[in-house]
Write a protein that binds this ligand. Structure first.
Ligand code: 13P
Length: 281
């Protein structure tokens, strides 16, 4: 359906009710269909997000066109979001092409520069009815073209300043989660999440959702996290589904069956996450 709510309204609604909206990195039409179908089966709103790499691969206009019908005809509110973008001009291109929301990741810059870049994107996006996510502190790990060897936890004072001055609609504070597969159990700053959840007017976004435990998700969501990003788990699910087809039907050469195997594997993983995120207080 054409959602009659905005992404910000959905995040605020989730925060108030104590659940989170899943934001899943899609990379092609099969993964996009799987995410929407999973959300429909769970009856939950959902965010399809695209990395800068995915947008560059297809082209912004082509990708937006490819997804338009799927998003419009979804039986749940479904939104398109640009993940980690370091280039304000690129984010503006996605705003123009029809994205509902864009993330400016200027977390590697000084706080002043981060505020200025996020604000420039926010002013442009807001004038087009589009929302903006920002990052504060540094989230460790590799998310496609965005790599940070060392994370840096956000500081509360910086988060409050950023939230006030950047005109951001929701923000991702680095609280110790990381992109990619965890090699050790992450040390999370629950106190910071709790304080930001209580005192910030904007909803909070959790990055690095792959392989966090159900208990961690539930605890963080109860503290006010309203959007949870998952990417690596989808890449694994897609490739695992493809490998399953090749293993089980080595002689078949049917591209639709190959796609179907990826789709089934992706849908199952996305559904599992949505059901965890939906478990409200
Ligand atoms: P993972 O790849 O760890 O799931 O992180 C996803 C993410 O935060 C995208 O911004």
């Amino acid at each position: 359906m054409m959602s009659d709510t905005t992404i910000l309204q959905e995040l605020n609604r989730a925060r108030e009710a104590g659940y989170a909206v899943g934001a899943f990195n899609i990379f092609d039409y099969t993964s996009a269909r799987a995410v929407v179908a999973a959300a429909e089966e769970c009856g939950k709103p959902v965010i399809l997000q695209t990395s800068v790499g995915t947008v560059t691969y297809y082209g912004a206009r082509e990708l937006a066109e490819m997804l338009r019908y799927l998003l419009k005809s979804a039986k749940v509110p479904a939104f398109l979001h640009l993940d980690h973008c370091r280039d304000v001009a690129f984010a503006k291109t996605c705003v123009d092409a029809g994205w509902d929301s864009v993330m400016i990741d200027a977390s590697a810059q000084s706080i002043e520069r981060n505020i200025a870049m996020t604000r420039e994107a926010a002013d442009y996006a807001h004038a087009h009815g589009v929302y903006v996510e920002g990052e504060i502190g540094v989230i460790e790990g590799v998310e496609e073209e965005i790599a940070a060897d060392q994370g840096k936890h956000a500081e509360a004072a910086e988060c409050f300043r950023f939230a006030q001055e950047s005109r951001v609609d929701y923000l991702a504070p680095a609280i110790g989660t990381a992109h990619g597969v965890y090699t050790a159990s992450p040390k999370l700053n629950f106190d910071l999440a709790e304080r930001l959840g209580r005192e910030l007017s904007q909803p909070i976004v959790l990055h690095g959702g792959t392989r966090l435990t159900e208990e961690t998700f539930t605890r963080l969501i109860s503290l006010g996290i309203a959007k949870v990003n998952v990417s690596t788990a989808l890449k694994h699910a897609g490739i695992d589904g493809a490998q399953k087809y090749i293993r089980e039907k080595p002689e078949e050469y049917n591209p639709l069956h190959f796609d179907e195997s990826m789709y089934a594997s992706l849908k199952e993983v996305v559904k599992r996450h949505i059901l965890i995120f939906a478990n409200g207080r």
